[in-house]
Design a protein around this ligand. Structure first.
Ligand SMILES: NC(=O)C1=CN([C@@H]2O[C@H](COP(=O)(O)OP(=O)(O)OC[C@H]3O[C@@H](n4cnc5c(N)ncnc54)[C@H](O)[C@@H]3O)[C@@H](O)[C@H]2O)C=CC1
Ligand SMILES: O=C(O)[C@@H]1CCC=N1
Length: 266
């Protein structure tokens, strides 16, 4: 089957579900008519009907109309949602993808029919602009369905497939990481304002500088320090600022924050 004919429902269109929805509805070749979005209250997603998305509060109906079921509710709600739809899931037709942190594949399987293809996906809110980093893992029944799941998450950014033992670490770097990077960006803007730029100009400069640095690494695949060495002129202003940041714990605070988030999840 042509993967663009696969129908997807996003159960629980909140922060992350809506980001994924936004990433999918703007896709040039995936028809929005193949998307169903569910939420307990539809007000916040009514606008998507104009783009061809079907919206509903009825998860059971949504499952009956879909092939890929993305469960985007809070972790403590996942099992109850699966219990509501379990009787309507067909292992030969459906693929279940949970976005929840810390709800493991074996727990999901316990609330699903036998031989159900089950995935965990850890995207981030940059799915909204088709720039998500998504880490995937799956059960054995999911193996033949990996291409289908990759199709959707590669539509909203980039995906990798890893062992489930690494999903917590991937969540911290790839999902929480969006917030870490945004706070770094905000701090740079605050510094920019202190040295004389207005907020709008500082934001424009910082956003493109961060985007450019990331693309340098993505395109050239060099180590960050290789690229830093090109900027830090001996006795220049960059190295002075960079060393001052390190004297105040820049790298150490980032590492400690990442480990703290990891400890919380795991
Ligand atoms: N926010 C993020 O950046 C990331 C979130 N996650 C995971 O994604 C999941 C969702 O997180 P958020 O989007 O931040 O939460 P959220 O609370 O913003 O969204 C969840 C949505 O599910 C809806 N909902 C609850 N019960 C429902 C039901 N029975 N049927 C239909 N809809 C229902 C709620 O109304 C809410 O809009 C969580 O499990 C979280 O761990 C994973 C990676 C990143
Ligand atoms: O902070 C959280 O728990 C969720 C999961 C990763 C990003 N947001």
């Amino acid at each position: 089957m042509n993967l663009k004919n696969k129908r997807v429902c996003i159960i629980g269109c909140g922060n992350l579900g809506k980001s994924i929805l936004n990433g999918l509805v703007d896709d040039k070749d995936y028809p929005s008519e193949n998307i169903i979005a569910t939420k307990r209250s539809l007000d916040a997603i009514k606008l998507y009907e104009e783009k061809g998305v079907r919206i509903t509060t009825d998860n059971v109906w949504a499952v009956g109309e879909s092939d890929v079921i993305i469960v985007a509710v809070k972790p403590y709600k996942v099992i109850s949602v699966l219990n509501d739809i379990k009787a309507h899931l067909k292992p030969e037709k459906h693929i279940v993808v949970s976005l929840a942190t810390n709800v493991h594949v074996n727990e999901l399987e316990e609330s699903l029919p036998d031989n159900m293809p089950v995935f965990r996906a850890m995207p981030n809110t940059a799915a909204d602009v088709k720039e998500s980093m998504t880490s995937l893992c799956h059960n054995e029944a999911g193996t033949p369905e990996l291409a289908t799941v990759q199709y959707f998450f590669d539509k909203i950014g980039t995906s990798i497939t890893i062992n489930e033992e690494l999903m917590d670490a991937a969540t911290v770097l790839g999902s929480c990481g969006t917030a870490f990077v945004l706070r770094f960006i905000r701090a740079m803007v605050q510094g920019g304002i202190q040295i004389g730029l207005d907020s709008k100009t500082a934001t424009e400069i910082v956003n493109q500088t961060v985007k450019g640095a990331a693309n340098l690494l993505i395109e050239r695949k060099n180590h960050p320090e290789f690229e830093i060495d090109k900027v830090t002129t001996p006795k220049g202003c960059t190295i002075l600022g960079l060393n001052e940041m390190e004297h105040n714990g820049l790298s150490s605070s980032l590492i400690k924050g990442i480990v703290t988030s990891y400890d919380k999840i795991s």
